[in-house]
Ligand binder design. Structure first.
Ligand code: PHB
Length: 363
């Protein structure tokens, strides 16, 4: 039976184990949306993961949706990311960059010229945007004109090239969690009547066009895709996730991608309705599972063949040496909820590595 702690051949990369650090937004980039030196330390500390997927990183200034999140479109951002990739590689780790465009999950105050956020359709998400002046209600987004879409696709291509210059091992296209690509995929947010809306073929067109250009820059086996068939986060819904995502996954399966990364179920409630084993079986390549896995569930999923890789978010954030802690059944650090988003090194690079003198927390 395969084990979580054994190496894994991810196409031409040999991962030292099957634990992946999931993408985690930490809001610690500088005013130019470049990562700071503390981010080099943060990722290097976690290079024991078989693979790191970076925090979501915007492909252009138009793609921003949160304060202090990094980009991959300027020379300064590339130089800053280079230090991260070098530090991770120096520890024998591997790292993919996640390519992000927020769409309607943004706010005019975050966008160039106070632009109105864009979306497939003018459907206002419920809830609030995080802005530099606190929470502000989401605004009614502007439906993209058909002829604007090639410009967005071109931004993904540019970002993919910049990610290559920065020394990443690959890129993950963020097609999940209610951001722009997912807004096109799911029918709760896409009510377009042009070739980007209506049928599953049409709703997948943006993702396909993005993958077409990204795989002109990277070989397909260095490109992953993240999907969330039933995550309600960011006001998302779909009328038939099993059927619709079954179609999307079967199409993705033909591309020879590095992996399919699925946030299974709902991020908040952790409930699931979709049959993920069935979905996984529609994808010929590497399947990465995520959302609420702990050591035992992950070990079981790998042993059963339900997943090839398991991505851990909060456990990796709080435990830089998560691989050792799980493998040796060592106690875990708890994540500090107050320092997840924004701030300095505290709650970022100061989570302790396990030492024999570490006092185990109860439970
Ligand atoms: C977040 O900032 O809360 C966030 C960002 C990207 C995601 C999910 C959540 O994919």
């Amino acid at each position: 039976m395969p084990s979580l702690y054994e190496p894994y051949a991810l196409s031409d990369l040999t991962l030292s184990n099957r634990l992946v650090m999931a993408p985690l937004t930490r809001n610690r980039a500088d005013e130019e949306n470049a990562v700071k030196p503390m981010t080099v330390t943060y990722y290097q500390q976690r290079a024991n993961a078989g693979l790191i997927i970076t925090e979501a990183t915007q492909v252009s200034p138009d793609g921003v949706g949160y304060p202090s999140t990094p980009g991959i479109h300027s020379a300064e951002q590339v130089v800053a990311w280079q230090k991260v990739t070098e530090a991770v590689h120096a520890k024998g780790g591997h790292i993919f960059l996640q390519l992000w465009y927020c769409g309607r999950i943004s706010h005019p105050s975050l966008l160039p010229n106070n632009a109105t956020p864009v979306a497939p359709s003018a459907i206002q998400p419920e809830g609030d945007a995080f802005t530099y002046s606190g929470l502000q209600p989401f605004v009614m987004p502007r439906a993209l004109q058909t002829d604007e879409i090639p410009g967005i696709v071109a931004q993904y291509k540019h970002a993919a090239q910049m990610a290559k210059s920065a020394g990443f091992d690959g890129v993950e296209v963020h097609g999940a969690n209610g951001y722009l690509i997912d807004q096109f995929l799911r029918d709760g947010s896409n009510q377009r009547t042009d070739q980007y809306g209506g049928s599953v073929e049409n709703r997948m067109r943006l993702l396909n066009e993005v993958l077409d250009v990204v795989t002109e820059v990277w070989p397909a086996h260095r490109v992953g895709v993240r999907l969330t068939p039933e995550n309600s986060f960011n006001s998302m819904s779909d009328s038939d996730p099993q059927a619709h995502f079954g179609y999307f996954v079967a199409q993705l399966s033909r591309r020879g991608l590095a992996y399919l990364h699925v946030l299974e179920g709902d991020m908040m409630s952790k409930t699931r309705q979709v049959d993920y084993r069935a979905l996984r079986n529609q994808f010929a390549g590497t399947y990465m599972a995520n959302n609420g896995y702990d050591r035992e569930r992950a070990e079981t999923a790998i042993a059963n063949g339900d997943a090839d890789l398991v991505a851990f978010g909060v456990p990796f954030l709080a435990n830089p040496d998560l691989v050792r802690r799980y493998r040796d059944h060592l106690p875990l650090n708890e994540a500090d909820q107050n320092t997840l988003y924004g701030g300095d090194e505290h709650g970022y690079t100061d989570y302790p590595f396990y030492t024999e003198s570490t006092v185990a927390e109860p439970g």
